[in-house]
Ligand binder design. Structure first.
Ligand code: PMP
Length: 439
């Protein structure tokens, strides 16, 4: 009997043996195309020699040294590399071990910033429904997934939620995409006025929504309007790029495509590409300076911040993404894959929408294509799709049904950026088998 928690054992998951390129192999020799990089993690695939070598080299030097005593070359170099490519105004990097930790750090930094600048009453966060920001208590409170939140709600910080930018479901017939985006962005202003502008600390959103809604990209102008509203009321704009960042949408930071600069950005997943657990919180110079010139110390920390081995791995990853041209490759491959999916599956009576950016693609499944009516959550279509795709040898990330009964089930594709043209056919063939069986 295994002593691991049921998540790993109850579903009778196969035991992973090894990975090579875009494929994973279990101990029975079965081969799976890694169609979602786990949860949009494995952007480089599974046997990258450069990242592996960087880890080995660092472990040979020193695997770990506590930041209470030392800084390290890989952590310093990683921060420099991130800032070299970050949106304007973003100047500092805080390295943690994953996405939820990055979100907690961002929330606490935002709070401390307002204390330092003499606005200690600001503590409320506004986020969006159908979002996911992590499973620790602060992150869970900001997320909008009702099922995940419900049991823990008494433990949570005060957060309110506005509509996501979900054109497929919410745009009215008489609205242009731009008008729709302005309308939903303006909900932020209404919510700020409702809860009291003087108390609001931050607005928090995923630029392209991942786990809860399947690669939901904003319409043009939406985030520009959000930025304007945040500025009008002196509120920080925090963007969660844990899933959509690190090249996944075809630019290193997803928000580059919105032509805005946030105040705080969280990243993880693709940063370590699965080779090491690592995340980061990036912040604007003005936030860092307020602390540096104030109390002088960010009142936060974890044992593994700035972990040298994790940093060495991430430095090798980001070097491949940027200097190695893999972000650009992701953008081009994503366009091809999305076009092929639309061509081959776009007219299926139960496929409502195919969307996304780069190699971050969502397929929304519906009971009725005309009315966009989702399948009843009790049908657990997403679970059936996960099982059927997995059996067909495609690991992908179906979600939905339990979010809040609004959106349908969906499949999230986030394959490694190193995938080749021939893999497009493989993904589609395997999806077709599963869709035929389940739908
Ligand atoms: N934010 C987003 C947007 C995510 O998708 C996730 C993970 N799915 C997290 C935060 C939490 O990251 P982690 O699981 O590494 O704590």
């Amino acid at each position: 009997m295994s002593h691991l928690f049921p998540r790993h054992t109850k579903a009778n998951n196969p035991t992973i043996e090894h990975g090579a390129g875009v494929y994973l192999y279990d101990t029975n020799g079965k081969k799976y195309f890694d169609g979602s990089g786990g949860a949009a993690v494995s952007c480089l695939g599974h046997s990258d020699p450069d990242v592996t070598q960087a880890i080995k080299d660092q472990v040979d030097q020193v695997a770990f040294a506590h930041t209470g005593f030392f800084t390290s070359k890989p952590a310093e170099a990683l921060a420099d590399k991130l800032i070299e490519h970050a949106p304007a105004g973003i100047e500092r990097v805080y390295l943690v071990s994953g996405g939820s930790e990055a979100v907690e750090a961002a929330l606490k930094l935002a709070r401390q910033y307002f204390i330092e600048i003499g606005e200690p009453q600001r503590h409320k966060v506004i986020a969006r429904r159908q979002s996911y920001h992590g499973n620790t208590l602060g992150a869970l409170a900001t997320g909008g997934n009702l099922w995940r939140r419900e049991p823990f709600s008494p433990l949570m910080i005060e957060t309110s939620h506005i509509s996501p930018c979900y054109e497929y479901r919410d745009r009215k017939e008489n609205e242009t995409a731009f008008e729709y985006g302005q309308r939903v962005a303006n909900e932020l202003e209404e919510e700020i006025l409702r809860v009291g502008p003087q108390d609001v600390m931050a607005f928090f959103a995923e630029p392209v929504v991942g786990a809860t809604s399947g690669a939901l990209a904003p319409v043009e102008g939406y985030f520009k309007r959000i930025r304007e509203i945040c500025d009008k009321y002196g509120i920080l704009l925090m963007l969660d790029e844990v899933m959509c960042g690190m090249g996944r949408t075809g630019t290193l930071f997803a928000c580059e495509q919105e032509d805005i600069s946030p105040d705080l950005i969280t990243i993880a997943k693709g940063l370590g590409a699965g080779y090491q657990p690592i995340g980061a919180m990036l912040c604007a110079g003005k936030i860092y300076d307020a602390i540096e010139n104030g109390s002088g110390f960010f009142q936060h920390g974890h044992t593994y911040i700035g972990h040298p081995t994790a940093s060495a791995a991430a430095l090798a990853v980001i070097t491949k993404l940027t200097d190695g041209g893999l972000v650009e490759r992701c953008r081009k491959m994503g366009e091809k894959l999305q076009a092929a999916l639309k061509r081959e599956l776009g007219q299926h009576p139960h496929i409502g929408d195919i969307r996304g950016r780069g190699l971050f693609i969502g397929i929304e499944v519906v009971e009725d294509r005309e009315t966009k009516k989702p399948f009843a959550p009790s049908k657990s279509i997403n679970k059936a799709l996960k099982k059927a795709t997995f059996e067909a040898g495609l690991a992908c990330y179906p979600m939905g049904g339990t979010i809040d009964g609004v959106n349908g089930d969906h499949i999230l594709l986030a394959p490694p950026f190193i995938m080749e043209d021939e893999h497009i056919d493989e993904i589609i063939a395997k999806l077709k088998i599963a869709i035929e069986e389940v739908l």
